[in-house]
Design a protein. Sequence first.
Lengths: 407, 406
Amino acid sequence: MAGPDRETQPVAVTEFELSGGEQSASAFGSPYEEAEVLVRLRRTPVGVVRVRLREGRLERDAVEAAVEANASIRDRVRRLQQKRFLLQHHPEPHFTPPTWTLVICTRNRTEDLKRCLQSLQRAEGIATGQVLIVDNAPSTDDTKRLVDQSPFTYLRLPQPGLNRARDAGARAATGEVVLYTDDDTIIDRGWIASMLKPFDSLRVGAVTGLTLPLELQTPAQHHFNRYGGHARGFEPKCHDRNSLNPAAAGGVGSGANTAFRRDLLVGLNVFGAELDCGTAALSGGDAYAFYRVLAAGYQVRYTPDALVWHRDRREWSELKRMLYGYSVGVFAFLSRILCVHREADAIEVGLSWLKQHHLKQTLRSVLRRPGSLALPLLMCEWRGVVVGPLAYRQTRRHERHQHGGNT
Amino acid sequence: MNVPEANQPIDLSVVIPTFNRRDALAVLLAALERQSLPLDRFEVIVVLDGCTDDSAHFLDRWAEAHPDSRLRHITQDNAGQSAARSRGAAAATSPVLLFLDDDIVPEPSCLEAHARCHQQAPGPCVVLGDAWMTKAQHESYYAMLTRMWWEDLYVERAQRYPYYTYRDFCSGHVSMTRDLFHDIGGFDRAFQGYGGEDYDLGYRVLKAGVAFHLEPQAQATHDHHGNARRVFRNLIDEGRNDVRLGTKHPELRRGLRCASPTPLTRLLFAMPLLFSVAVGCLSVVLRVFEKLRLWHAWRWLFGKLRYVAYWLGVTKALPGWAAYRQWIDDCPRRPRTVLDITEGLPTDLSRVWLHGPSTIVLESSGRTIGQLNMSSIPHGHLAEYLAQRIATTLPDAVPLPAARTL
């Protein structure tokens, strides 16, 4: 199945609505032979299928055949249909969505941001809340000019650091819930309402959604996607301290598609300045935020209905850097919760992460199992394991130095 | 002690059982002062259940300081919460009783909300109120888990609208028509120690045909003072009282936790003493885990100990394995309810009503297509719960549109 040619050919990315009605573009240019199709039923994402295009066109029959051949999608569709039928006389329970603020942190990526803002302007309910673009230590005024042309609010933060920017956004936000996405994404039309819907009780502290690749053009993007990408499946999940060890919070979701209750963001100080982009820790800010919310006894919900398309790294070198960064970030995060919160479970989680991920994937890669990561990428991840705790030590010292020991 | 003036009508009688918690009483009385319902519109009856502290003296001084209040206190020898509540209810002069535990702090609009519900109700009525746990500044791991569990209960109870179960009745914060309370016989004093008496009363209310009303305005907070060791004592009581509940109402038996034995249960019946010693010893290990902040291990062990403590309670109520088997075998079959889903789930699900465990027979176009065993209380919204269960466990039950017209 996974021949080398398959990995290098660009693949079109699109979506398909099973119930008919609105359809996105079904004709693609000549370079595409296949399409990665997100299948939806009345807008609920139910799965992804790979479909061969006929003369650059996506045909209904081909998608339906692919759905028919996929047992998990078929089952999900059946369940949704049955529930819809059974509940036809039962209106959904009354729900007043919380007020919201969307925070997008960006740095010198005006082109990506432009596409993101365009998708925002098409989103449903965008006028019901506040949108803040936090420009993080920019070197030009391009982003400011772009945002000034849009209906959104611009906020400049001179100090670098993604977590600092997220925190500044949370403090400037007026909504009860703060939504976060990255600048290199496109949000789905129904994203905002889908993100707010799980905030139906005071038990819910954070919500995270489904993140899918925006494009599959380069080998690096294929590789990352085949390996799992950012997606967390098509079943909703509800995590809390009873069901998930908070130290394992890294696997809950992605920072490109999350929402937090604002009082928790400010009260628990969930975006520690020692983590994520712009520090030596490189990432891990989202994992730490989920950790804090779970450890304080709140639920973190995952909902596949809230969909964000994320442009993954195009070049091998970028992908390498990113995976290295994730690895450093995870171990910096674990070091932080071990040192600051005395969370002994961090050791257990770190070891099982090494065993389940690093060792297993390396073994698979050496044995050339299908779907395994390339060895050079894994080597980057191993390097990150060693560097992570050191990086955390370094950033902590740096913070202490700046704030006179107040962290 | 103030004597209420006979001709002035009052809306509520607040009944508060207490045992040696003067400070908690002070907080509760301060909250009663802040109510939007004026102090002279409700009476407060505090039942001192064998108090040995200066609660009585404190109440006298409070009553002197608030001449327009109608506070009374009754002293009795320690006889347990049920007896204390019954004593207070017998002394009440208003047609509506509001039971509050001494560690509950009602919000300012709480009493008015209860009074309003009862005034608007056409007949006898039970109003459930919330009592959210307050979050301590530095709460222990155990306290956090307890708070999470507690909040889950309230959130689920609210989602259950409008179908409440006997387990949604909590005697810590609830109001009911006084005549209803007396007609169904009040609290059963046979339930000793922690738990059980409210489930029993709630069940008798439902059986009398009175539905619960959950009032969103009836809010209160609640200072939890427990620890992991006390919870084992409570669990032993809970196991014992569950057996009592199942004995008194055999139709509830199949839905109780003690009706689902595991392989370990038999061993527990064989040597309860060994297991109670083990719980004692291992609760020390629990403290070691807490010191080392090994939460994962802590939770695992805590779960096991909870299980053993509960079943120790069961062994106290039923003398041996044979008696236990007999008790289980004697319980009646689940009542069967037919649910016609030809046109989807019917809007009125009160026939699926969950007074107790039941078997739901699903019919479509006059044909039986499957059945659901409703043993335990359904989670959350009843229609969604049923739809989810039917969709996951009976894949062929519901006729679907043809695959092509998805």
